[in-house]
Design a protein around this ligand. Structure first.
Ligand code: ADE
Length: 227
């Protein structure tokens, strides 16, 4: 999968894909993330990409021209399956959306900054608008990093243990069960016996029950199929 990201602050995205699972995905050639600086398509020598909003009000808006030129220029070499704008007024990201996007070949993610991007770009080019939660960040970059991570780990071959992503929280609308590692006794707090007994079917049943219980207590909305 190829993911292009368009931003005015490329440095914010220098690190998130250079470590751990995202690095491994790229080293294995399963994921290719490329960050593009919108200022490459600035409208003048001052590298301008934003301007005041019509009607007045605080905050700058990313302009149509650089954004349109950037998107169209990137489109000459790549046919995007989705052009995603990260925005707090988008659809809240969940596992189902991450699963669906992980099946695509080529994604373009646009990061807003300041007050966001001109509405006409949203209408003309954007196919998906995604929020990572009901709070406002300074820009879409950290949100884009979250989205790429959520998608990247789902690509076949990225995780060492192939079943690992399937047992994550939110797959099947259930939270993950508790996990334990050594020692079996930590200051008197013991690991549940069933995990030490070596019966995989019983462990599976126990985990399912724990998942269900945890979801009932913490996120009953998931069991009702709400978002
Ligand atoms: N940009 C600013 N805030 C955001 C959010 N919550 N989700 C996605 N993009 C954003």
């Amino acid at each position: 999968m190829k993911i292009d990201i368009l931003t005015v602050v490329p440095d914010l995205l220098a690190s998130p894909f250079s470590h751990s699972i995202m690095k491994r995905a790229q080293d294995k050639g399963l994921l290719h993330v490329q960050v593009h600086n919108l200022r490459q398509w600035a409208i003048n020598k001052q590298a301008q990409v934003d301007d005041y909003q019509y009607g007045g009000g605080a905050g700058m808006v990313l302009m149509c021209e650089p954004l349109a030129n950037a998107i169209e220029s990137l489109q000459t070499s790549t046919k995007y399956d989705a052009i995603i704008y990260m925005t707090p007024d988008g659809k809240t990201l969940n596992q189902q959306t991450a699963n669906q996007l992980s099946l695509q070949e080529n994604l373009l993610i646009i990061c807003g900054h300041y007050k966001g991007i001109d509405e006409r770009i949203r209408q003309r080019f954007i196919t998906h608008e995604i929020s990572i939660g009901d709070y406002v960040l300074s820009g879409g970059e950290l949100a884009a990093a979250v989205l790429v991570d959520a998608i990247g780990r789902l690509l076949p071959g990225v995780l060492n243990d192939e079943t690992s992503a399937l047992t994550d929280s939110f797959q099947d609308n259930l939270l993950a069960p508790p996990v334990y590692t050594r020692p079996a006794d930590f200051r008197g707090d013991k690991v549940p016996d069933i995990l030490l007994q070596g019966d995989p079917r019983k462990v599976e049943e126990w985990r399912y029950e724990q998942s269900l219980e945890r979801t009932k207590m913490r996120r009953p909305d998931l069991l009702k199929g709400e978002e």
